[in-house]
Write a protein that binds this ligand. Structure first.
Ligand code: B4P
Length: 191
């Protein structure tokens, strides 16, 4: 059982790495960004609330996102574990995750480090509807204010592994796997 959180600025490559890791490890991949985009595409009540916020580079309200993740973790019976990509993004979301996981907790939080200019460059290359330069800059501002405090929290908890996200995708994948292996060895192996 492996329980991993991928944390880092918007567009640092969390989703790209999550896709690679889940293929190899057979983990449940939960991307709140993908789940929200699916809700927007389906025109569901959640999607209708989320769309203007996502388009403006803001976060979707915590209660909506927490419900999405909690239900999926509860429904997973594979026993292999999960990869959370883009969640938690705020202190209340991290508190909710602690409540859901209880004493067993997380194995590792991989923290991707990448400079602002490279983030904007990659985002503009991706070309998603919420990837215009002003929106990317707003997402970065929101990240610094609301998500970055989680770095210190998980460092204090002894869960943080820092990964330089500036290299090529294969290189970052290698660093991510090494980070996960280091942390799971420290904890005496995965459950
Ligand atoms: P997300 O879908 O989580 O998007 P992200 O953080 O921008 O992307 P990620 O880091 O996964 O980067 P990617 O692999 O795509 O969130 C979108 C929105 O949903 C948020 O703004 C918010 O509104 C809402 N939301 C999501 N979760 C929420 C939550 N928990 N609470 C509230 N609101 C929430 O990579 C980016 C680009 O870089 C790609 O083009 C990729 O090909 C490229 N790339 C990746 N790695 C590279 C590398 N090593 N070198 C060069 N290019 C690379």
């Amino acid at each position: 059982m492996l329980r991993v959180v991928l944390l880092g600025p918007p567009g640092c490559g969390k989703g790209t790495q999550a896709e690679r890791l889940k293929v190899r490890e057979g983990l449940l991949h939960l991307s709140t960004g993908d789940l929200l985009r699916a809700a927007v595409a389906a025109g569901s009540p959640l999607g209708l609330r989320a769309k203007p916020l996502m388009d403006a580079g803001k976060l979707v309200p915590d209660d909506l996102v927490i419900d999405l993740v909690r239900d999926r973790i509860a429904a997973d019976t594979s026993g292999k574990g999960f990869l959370l990509d883009g969640f938690p993004r705020t202190v209340p979301q991290a508190d909710a995750l602690d409540r859901v996981l209880g004493a067993t907790g997380l194995d590792v939080v991989v923290y991707y480090v990448l400079g602002d200019e490279e983030i904007v460059r990659r985002g503009l290359g991706r070309g998603r509807a919420d990837d215009t330069e002003p929106v990317l800059r707003e997402r970065l501002r929101v990240y610094r204010a609301q998500t970055e405090p989680l770095v210190a929290r998980y460092r204090r908890a002894g869960l943080l592994e820092e990964v330089d996200a500036a290299g090529a995708i294969d290189e970052v994948e290698g660093l991510t796997k090494a980070a996960i292996a280091r942390r799971t060895r420290k904890g005496g192996g995965t459950r």
